[in-house]
Design a protein around this ligand. Sequence first.
Ligand SMILES: Cc1cc2nc3c(=O)[nH]c(=O)nc-3n(C[C@H](O)[C@H](O)[C@H](O)COP(=O)(O)O)c2cc1C
Length: 137
Amino acid sequence: MFEGDGRRKAGEAIAAAFLAKYPDAKPEQVEFERNRLARAPLVVAVVSRAAPHVKIPEWEQVLSSGAAAMSLVVAAHALGFGATWITEWYSYDRAVLDALGLAPHEKITGFVHIGRPAQAPEDRPRPALADIVTRFK
Ligand SMILES: Cc1cc2nc3c(=O)[nH]c(=O)nc-3n(C[C@H](O)[C@H](O)[C@H](O)COP(=O)(O)O)c2cc1C
């Protein structure tokens, strides 16, 4: 969980990994990366430890982690906050994951950003239900 100064501190690891990948990056690009987790007052990293288990299929553990992240988004909205689930490149960068304290078998499910929206979110075109639903007959 990242709040207060921890957000920029974690951002230092993101910025460092970005610079290692793109040594010629412009200062404003590096600053953008440093600020990644500081755009909301609270960012919760949902981490999956899915692994082979005697009873629980790994697939169901993976799905459960996604369900936990989604529940967090829905709960935050129900409480009147805005929330968004973001992964981005740094969810898959080993140097960043090490700096954030993830073990090699752990994965980022998502960074759930929670705050009070400054403006209403824009929507996007949605598919017609008939195009994405198959009715079994
Ligand atoms: C698993 C997952 C990963 C996402 N990763 C990113 C991301 O890396 N960058 C980003 O801008 N948004 C990311 N999002 C947010 C989505 O692009 C989208 O804005 C959000 O899920 C809202 O969905 P909607 O457009 O259907 O309302 C992610 C969402 C999910 C569920």
